[in-house]
Design a protein around this ligand. Structure first.
Ligand code: MF3
Ligand code: CO
Length: 284
């Protein structure tokens, strides 16, 4: 949550760039602007793009291999091996004590499920596989939902609408719009379809670290929140519940997030960069 107003810092002794002038004009009108350090250089963006290529390769491999009867630990192994074969590091491994290379979240698990030998994918399950990669110090982050065998229509619809929520969020993430515009658009689509949006977890800046500023909420008000400026890199990753939005965290592992009502939840995620003319998805 952004509680403190940032101020755009100009470079001392240098004339104002076109970008400076534009951001300062918004700031003078009262907009919440990013810090300059949230703007990535073209070289950094290229590094994140290359990291994203490996990340997408991992998800494509999982998409090819995932099937009923497979354990989530087998997914973890695929992720670890593909990533390290490509001279990259799975970002979740040992991140704040997370024990595996990927998050696997089935049915009523909202996110941060830990792969396990004892957890077997069954016909009718929906599962989120959340992959994050570090390549040459650059971070990328994306997740997809997978349908295991024949899935009941209500669950398929949840997965589809959640994917649309991500697409609408990305489409709304235009330069000089705000994060509030993005959250509003995602929330509206989810709620129009009778679903609820998880509030406790959100998207995030990404690139030089796993989780950077700003927080990217999936609810919001039009015109509110931080201004989107070319060069900002962040994830959009709506978690949408079929039932109530209330969630809880597993006491034993300290990671797995469940829906309180036991109904299914879905999530899709991309890493994007804001450009002068729109945005670019760095994870597909
Ligand atoms: N990949 C998650 C995200 O989208 C973060 C998972 S943290 C982990 O931000 F430690 F569980 F990997
Ligand atoms: Co993320």
């Amino acid at each position: 949550m952004i509680r403190i107003r940032r101020r755009w810092s100009t470079l001392p002794g240098q004339p104002l760039s076109e970008l400076d002038k534009k951001v300062l004009a918004y700031q003078n009108k009262g907009a919440l602007v990013p810090w300059r350090k949230m703007i990535k250089t073209p070289e950094q963006i290229e590094g994140i793009r290359r990291s994203g290529v490996v990340n997408t390769g991992v998800l494509d491999l999982v998409e090819k291999e995932i099937r009923p009867g497979m354990s989530t630990l087998e997914i973890d192994r695929l992720v670890y091996e593909y990533t390290t074969d490509h001279h990259a590091i799975p970002a979740p491994l040992n991140y704040e004590g997370f024990p595996k290379s990927v998050c696997t979240s089935i049915n009523d698990v909202v996110c941060h499920g830990i792969p396990s030998e004892r957890e077997i994918l069954r016909e009718g399950d929906i599962v989120n596989v959340d992959v994050s990669t570090i390549l040459d110090g650059y971070f990328s982050d994306a997740s997809r939902m997978f349908l295991i065998g024949e899935v009941p229509p209500e669950k398929r619809r949840l997965v589809e609408v959640t994917r649309e929520c991500l697409e609408i969020g990305v489409k709304t993430a235009q330069p000089w719009n705000t994060l509030g515009d993005v959250g509003y658009a995602v929330q509206r689509h989810a709620e129009h379809n009778g679903y609820s949006v998880v509030r406790e977890l959100c998207g995030h800046g990404v690139g030089l670290a796993f989780h950077e500023e700003p927080d990217v909420e999936h609810v919001g008000r039009k015109g509110k929140g931080m201004l989107l400026v070319p060069g900002m890199v962040f994830t959009i990753e709506p978690m949408i519940n079929m039932g109530k939005r209330t969630i809880f965290c597993d006491e034993d592992d300290g990671w797995t997030i469940f829906t309180a009502d036991g109904l299914p939840s879905a999530q899709w995620e991309h890493t994007i960069v804001i450009t002068e003319t729109g945005n670019e998805i760095l994870t597909h």
